[in-house]
Write a protein that binds this ligand. Structure first.
Ligand SMILES: *Cc1c(COP(=O)(O)O)cnc(C)c1O
Length: 438
């Protein structure tokens, strides 16, 4: 086997693939096939016995290829490579981040169970918890970033269903404000309610900071989830997801995946294999750029406040301690309050030339959006206030462009913002002036 002690970035071009399997092709081909031919009936029987759990895999026995809903070389090699970043035993890849999330929630919760989750959560995940899980009689209770371990334990006890707690599901850093949650504290809460018969699991959606800048398994998490659409894919050209954890847990995830049929296809697998080769280079550059952009924003007179993890310091000891313990970088996601409100925010957004006005994140191109009216428009007003999602908040995912050009683009767009303009200004005037300048 290959040398796992090398850095993951050194193994992303080779790990888990032997060119001799494919006529010497240096890259793993796209195995565009639905089914695989067995050498003999005996071999087919053996493959099925292992795949269907009728007996354990023998130590020298290779898991046979049967049918692309169960396994496919592009997916298996991708899964093996993904385990290296998080130091996980096993991985399962999906056709979207949401299928990774929903499959985990369905596999580890059953009717009557209680789910403890953090807020804010990715909108799709929260929707699934509130509408789909409740249809199956699964209850959810949430805590917020900033709440202590003791407060979280109280929240669970107050539900009167503490004995039904089955899963803790969190997202850190939180979107779009970059608030951090202590993963070790969540594990303590899970342990507090675990019994000798029942171990409560902790699952972390690590999309914002993984797989480079935060490794939740090292802090006691049992499962790590990704929207691989974001940094892992990284080119805004594929939707995909992944779940990582130990052998036993991922076996359960993969079994449900087989029957939901939401595994990634071979093209998705191949695109992600290609993306993984430059993952470290891209994320390093994105983090460097984000720091430069954040430093520029922080000093700009039309910007009220910049939310960037690299700025955390002892003046905010709770968040700073989590950051120094858990995070390996300030990341490449920023948000900031522009002086004014929606009018000023839209003036700014409509005048950007290089940075794209689009949702999603973690891509080679910088992406910018207005959470209050776009990604978080479904959040009710009271909740928006608590989360700090105001009309003046803008979210930026920093890409791999030269930071001088990003800063220049932001500077020229801010020059078009007239701070203090009256509310109710005709928005269509802004659109037409934008058309002229582009
Ligand atoms: C995008 C995203 C998801 C959903 O992933 P898809 O690939 O869009 O299905 C889940 N969690 C987080 C944090 C995300 O950003």
């Amino acid at each position: 086997m290959e040398n796992k002690s090398m850095h993951p970035e050194s193994l992303m071009m080779s790990y888990g693939y032997n060119p001799q399997w494919s006529e010497g092709a240096i890259k793993c081909p796209i195995f565009q096939t639905s089914t695989f031919v067995f050498k003999s009936a005996e071999e087919g029987k053996a493959f099925f016995e292992v795949a269907y759990g009728k007996r354990e895999q023998r130590s020298n026995e290779k898991l046979g290829l049967i049918y692309s809903r169960l396994n496919n070389p592009d997916l298996e090699i991708l899964e093996n490579r993904l385990t290296l970043w998080d130091g996980a035993e096993e991985c399962a890849v999906f056709e979207s981040g949401m299928s990774a999330v929903s499959t985990v929630l369905l596999e580890f919760l059953k009717p009557g169970d209680l789910l403890l989750y953090s807020l804010p959560l990715y909108g799709g995940s929260e929707h699934f918890i509130k509408t789909t899980l409740t249809k199956f009689g699964i209850h959810g209770v949430y805590f917020r970033t900033g709440q202590t371990k003791e407060e979280i334990i109280e929240i669970v006890k107050k539900t009167g269903k503490a004995d039904k707690l089955a899963l803790v599901y969190i997202e850190t850093p939180a979107n779009p404000t970059n608030d951090l949650i202590d993963i070790e504290d969540c594990k303590s809460v899970a342990k507090y309610f675990s019994t000798s018969e029942k171990e409560i699991l902790v699952a972390v959606d690590n999309t914002y900071f993984g797989p480079l800048w935060q490794h939740p398994l090292k802090f006691g998490a049992d499962l790590v989830l990704y929207s691989a659409t974001k940094y892992i894919g990284g080119h805004s050209d594929v939707i995909a997801g992944a779940v990582l954890g130990n052998k036993t847990l991922i076996k359960r995830v993969k079994t449900l995946r087989t029957f939901l049929g939401n595994m990634a296809g071979p093209w998705t697998g191949w695109l992600l294999l290609r993306s993984l080769e430059t993952l470290k280079a891209r994320m390093d550059m994105q983090a460097r750029n984000a720091k430069k952009v954040a430093e520029f924003l922080e000093l700009h007179p039309k910007i009220e406040k910049t939310y960037y993890l690299g700025f955390l310091n002892e003046s905010n000891p709770v968040q700073y301690n989590i950051f120094t313990k858990q995070c390996l970088s300030g990341g490449a996601m920023l948000s900031f309050d522009i002086k004014g409100g929606e009018v000023e925010a839209f003036q700014f957004l409509n005048h950007l030339k290089l940075i794209h006005l689009a949702v999603s994140l973690g891509s080679t191109e910088s992406l910018i959006e207005h959470p209050a009216t776009m990604t978080h428009c479904d959040v009710d007003d009271e909740e928006k206030k608590i989360l700090g999602i105001s009309d003046k908040l803008i979210r930026l995912s920093v890409g791999v462009e030269h930071y001088d050009d990003l800063i220049e683009d932001i500077r020229q767009a801010l020059d078009h913002v007239s701070v203090g303009v009256e509310e109710g200004i005709d928005i269509y005037d802004l659109t037409s002036s934008e058309v002229q300048t582009v």
